[in-house]
Design a binder for this molecule. Structure first.
Ligand code: FA5
Length: 347
């Protein structure tokens, strides 16, 4: 019978096309074509009424068998395509739960910041307060107020980055060469007793080497009160060195000159790299200078209206990077700011 042959060839075409569907959208088009209201199968089923009883039975059975084969093929294919869609939605089409997870990288504090924090906490435990000041500073704060007038040869000690032209400008600005100008800013605002430490960046226009950078950090210290003596300065700085470097480390204390203190001293620590025998790091001296200090000069106190007959004080300025150099035997200060992660990740 012609109609049976039609059903048979329709079945073969439908099943071979079913296999070719690769997406759920393609499968839906297939379903409409072969099982939808306007499909050939529906037309065949509608035409059954025109057949006589015997033929209707035979064709009807064939058509219904065909319909259920297509429906179960459709359900199976839909399941397969849905599973494939879930898998391909995971990265690279596969999810291997046995692989180790991605390591989350966490940042860390720069070694200089770590040292500043530990130094500040030592002085905070001794009763000092942390304050900050500007990096672009007036000539008058960086030099004049610190007893270094324009023509004073001590200005040569500080190779300065000028922001304004200092030849023509009375009130020239510069990148501060040390943190000492913040002493003046603090004493202008506050009356003794004063105990402050001032961490911050400083700049010097000088040739760099293993222990000298053109941008480096200092921590300034200032204590002003009645009856402060050189013994207080020495006691404070020795205790600081003991806490930072341990009891065993030799500390050298000797005279130095700074126009804003009288008397002035310099503190050096035995070189860790050579244990005092001399090497490139310590300039073959066996010692590395970490700070300058002294008793605040009476002229400096007078300038900020603190009576030097009643009050006295000590001040110090320490080079921050020299501390980890000494603690850890780092051979070149320039490593701190050259952004080499192989160096920075060690701290
Ligand atoms: C001063 O800057 C004074 N303001 C310190 C001071 C403060 C003295 C208060 C008295 C009273 P000096 O130039 O020596 O001093 O520098 C202080 C420290 O900074 C040095 O001991 C050294 O540790 C560090 N330092 C100086 N120049 C450099 C540089 N170019 N690179 C790295 N560290 C430096």
């Amino acid at each position: 019978m012609q109609i049976i042959t039609e059903i048979e060839s329709l079945r073969l075409a439908a099943l071979s096309e079913l296999d070719k569907n690769e997406t759920l959208e393609q499968l839906e088009s297939w379903r409409i074509r072969y099982l939808g209201k306007k499909s050939e199968l529906t037309t065949i089923l509608r035409s059954l009424a025109k057949l006589d009883l015997e033929d209707r039975k035979e064709v009807g059975a064939k058509a219904n068998q065909f319909k259920s084969i297509l429906e179960s093929g459709l359900a199976e294919k839909k399941k397969l395509l849905e599973e494939a869609a879930i898998i391909s939605s995971t990265e690279e089409g596969s999810l291997d739960v046995t692989l180790p997870g991605n390591v989350m990288t966490t940042g860390r504090l720069h070694p200089t910041t770590q040292v500043i924090e530990s130094i500040c906490s030592i002085f905070q435990n001794m009763g000092f307060q942390v304050v900050e000041g500007p990096e672009v500073e007036w000539d008058s704060y960086n030099f004049d107020a610190l007893n270094i007038p324009k023509d004073h040869p001590a200005r040569d000690m500080f190779d300065t980055f000028w922001v304004d032209n200092n030849e023509t400008n009375e009130k020239a600005r510069l990148l501060r060469t040390h943190t000492s100008p913040v002493q003046i800013r603090v004493m202008e605002k506050e009356q003794p007793p004063i105990r402050v430490i001032v961490p911050g960046r400083t700049y010097r226009y000088e040739a760099t080497d293993a222990t000298h950078e053109s941008m480096f950090y200092q921590i300034e210290g200032l204590a002003v009160d009645k009856n402060i003596t050189l013994a207080d300065l020495k006691g404070t700085l020795f205790e600081f060195c003991r806490l930072l470097f341990g009891e065993q480390r030799n500390v050298r204390f000797r005279c130095d000159y700074f126009p804003f203190v009288e008397p002035g001293v310099e503190v050096a620590i035995e070189c860790l790299a050579c244990h005092g025998s001399g090497c490139r790091l310590c300039g073959y001296s066996g010692w590395l200078e970490i700070l300058g200090a002294g008793m605040v000069h009476p002229n400096v106190l007078k300038r900020v209206n603190i009576d030097p007959e009643i009050y006295s004080g000590f001040a110090f300025g320490l080079g921050v990077e020299r501390i980890p150099i000494l603690q850890k035997g780092i051979e070149d200060i320039r490593l701190f700011y050259s952004n080499d992660l192989r160096f920075l990740k060690q701290f």
